[in-house]
Write a protein that binds this ligand. Structure first.
Ligand SMILES: [Zn+2]
Ligand SMILES: [Zn+2]
Length: 398
């Protein structure tokens, strides 16, 4: 027990010793935001730092130029534990999801573990996962087998409330393409088929559908093409929708009903519609054992861990798919006042602020401490696996 307590204190110091460097790293990424699948500079900075610390880095992986796997083997056999780094930003508002801090925490935890953890078995990975904001980098990497022999994957996300147990919504995206027939809108409207009317009819049909869906369903869309000129009957219109709910199976059912709305609206005006479906995001499965350990390490640093709010405030992430495949941790550490939303200029500013750096340091320390336990305690890893299996067999998600 004393040995464990000492090891945890040593890890705390090993993260603290990197403070200036991690801060500079996080601010550098923040000052150079890059969009999904285009995070070349960020990945170069991260892999350079990991190589300098002695990690063996492989990139690209899974056919993705901005994905990477960095490894350090402590010794033969044993578990393989991964820290995840996200680094993509958002169009127009930069690091408004704070992924620069996610990268910095993964780097800080990885270097601390490599430099001070005393064990002669197991492997530590840092897996760089691009395009969380819509591109589904983790889903592609999962399908390509990158996570096949990983025993557990851990990351943190900055937020407005410190929580270790937090689900996410399953989601799918649909692009709808409506085809009609152009005509002179004044001289020969009877010859036209109005694709925009089919599109608007779809929105109205979906609005009628809303009162007959399960609670906490989210269906939201935009018209991404509505015609070219007011005096031409639109021959083409396009809409993009997201459909979300807590349960993946229900999202699939809703998706069919939304597509039926579009088919009906198109046929009402004589138009046709075709669909392109995006990557399907699964709901997040919470591993309660990982959450408990990470939470305990946060509380030991004086950070209060709160339960999730009763309703709302939930998004979707490609991490959901990962959490269905292996034991995984996606906690939040507060850096903005409660009620502040991610994907806003306020959140972007916080990701370069003192409170952002504090959240990153707390998370890096708690991640390092949790990973240290997983690498050195077979009974803890077994409890993590049991929790994962029981969630599977009950079909439950938290
Ligand atoms: Zn985001
Ligand atoms: Zn995010």
């Amino acid at each position: 027990m004393t040995a464990i307590v000492e090891a945890q204190a040593v890890l705390t110091s090993a993260v603290l010793a990197q403070d200036d460097d991690l801060r500079a790293f996080a601010l550098d990424l923040h000052a150079h935001p890059e969009l999904a699948f285009d995070e070349h500079r960020s990945v170069a900075a991260l892999t350079r730092a990991l190589r300098a610390a002695g990690f063996a880095v492989e990139t690209p992986v899974a056919g993705l130029d901005t994905a990477f796997v960095a490894r350090h083997r402590f010794g033969p056999g044993g578990p393989r534990i991964a820290l995840l780094a996200e680094y993509d930003a958002l169009p127009g508002i930069g690091h408004a999801c704070g992924h620069n801090l996610i990268s910095a925490a993964a780097l800080g935890a990885a270097r601390a573990l490599k430099s001070v953890l005393e064990t002669d078995t197991g492997e530590l990975l840092v897996i760089g996962t691009p395009a969380e904001e819509g591109g589904g980098g983790k889903i592609i990497m999962l399908e390509q087998g990158v996570f096949d022999d990983v025993d557990a994957a851990l990351m943190f996300h900055p937020g407005a409330r410190t929580m270790t147990v937090r689900g996410s919504l399953a989601a799918t995206r649909i692009t709808m393409r409506f085809h009609g027939k152009a005509a002179h809108a004044a001289a020969a409207p009877h010859l036209g088929i109005n694709a925009l009317d089919a599109c608007i009819g779809t929105f109205n049909a979906i609005n009628a559908l809303r009162q007959h869906v399960r609670d906490e369903t989210r269906i939201h869309g935009i018209i991404s093409h509505g015609g070219d000129a007011a005096n031409i009957t639109p021959a083409y219109a396009e809409a993009k929708f997201s459909v979300r709910h807590r349960r993946f199976a229900y999202v699939q059912e809703l998706k069919e009903r939304v597509m039926t709305c579009a088919r009906g609206a198109a046929s009402a005006v004589g138009a046709t519609v075709e669909f392109e479906e995006g990557l399907a995001y699964a709901e997040r499965r919470v591993n309660h054992v990982l959450a408990e350990r990470f939470g305990a390490h946060l509380e030991a640093q004086g950070e209060r861990v709160l339960p999730p709010p009763e309703v709302g405030g939930v998004g979707s992430s490609d991490f959901g798919n990962l959490s269905q495949h292996l034991p995984a941790l996606h906690p939040y550490v507060a850096m903005v006042p409660e009620g502040t939303s991610a994907h806003t200029p306020e959140f972007a500013a916080a990701a370069a602020s003192e409170s952002g750096m504090r959240a990153m340091r707390l998370a890096a320390t708690a991640l390092a401490q949790t990973v240290a336990e997983l690498l050195t305690s077979p009974s803890l890893l077994e409890a993590v696996r049991d929790d994962f299996r029981s969630a599977h067999s009950s079909g439950g998600t938290a």
